[in-house]
Design a protein around this ligand. Structure first.
Ligand SMILES: *[C@@H]1O[C@H](CO)[C@@H](O)[C@H](O)[C@H]1NC(C)=O
Ligand SMILES: *[C@@H]1O[C@H](CO)[C@@H](O)[C@H](O)[C@H]1NC(C)=O
Ligand SMILES: *[C@@H]1O[C@H](CO)[C@@H](O)[C@H](O)[C@H]1NC(C)=O
Length: 150
């Protein structure tokens, strides 16, 4: 049960990384040409993404305005909280259950390892989803080979 939940969480985080990377590559691609995007980027992006991506997400990445909050903050916070809760539970089991059921130790350590690596990927994802990360990639000279194959 716990394992299935974890695997789902990891899958979701990998999926959102892929979606974000695609969005990033696409936005950076638009930055290059002398298209409508460069003349009136906000109107262009808003019209192109209408219905696909919500306006607050587009606004957030387009302006990278520090007063706008990251639209992904809530799911990230929920993910972080559930990881912390599970870590505390595993810690408790290791402390109190292992003396009684020594054979459980290996599985519990395995789960703890999985939780630790999920936390590491959550931190990476948080950094990736920050609009300042996107702006860094787009300017001044993007390396396409790197961003596409990464
Ligand atoms: C950031 O957003 C706030 C509220 O929407 C606005 O008042 C402010 O002028 C914006 N700043 C920049 C640099 O765009
Ligand atoms: C997971 O992280 C905790 C806290 O950083 C550490 O005490 C524990 O040894 C780690 N466990 C594994 C299996 O990596
Ligand atoms: C990207 O790859 C192409 C060929 O695959 C190469 O010619 C080009 O120099 C590479 N560009 C960068 C920025 O690495």
């Amino acid at each position: 049960m716990l394992y299935a939940v974890l695997q789902k969480l990891i899958f979701v985080s990998k999926l959102s990384q892929k979606i974000f990377l695609a969005l990033k590559v696409w936005l950076c691609f638009l930055c290059q040409g002398t298209s409508d995007f460069c003349v009136s980027p906000d109107k262009y992006v808003m019209s192109q993404t209408k219905g696909i991506i919500t306006a607050d997400i587009v606004h957030y990445y387009l302006y990278c305005n520090q007063t706008l909050s990251n639209p992904f903050q809530q799911p990230l916070t929920i993910f972080q909280r559930s990881l912390t809760t599970m870590q505390i539970q595993i810690q408790g089991l290791l402390q109190f259950a292992v003396p009684l059921f020594p054979t459980a130790e290996r599985d519990l350590l395995g789960i703890q390892h999985l939780l630790n690596s999920s936390e590491a990927s959550l931190h990476q994802l948080t950094a990736l989803l920050d609009c300042r990360g996107l702006n860094k990639v787009c300017s001044p000279q993007p390396n396409w080979n790197h961003s596409i194959t990464k």
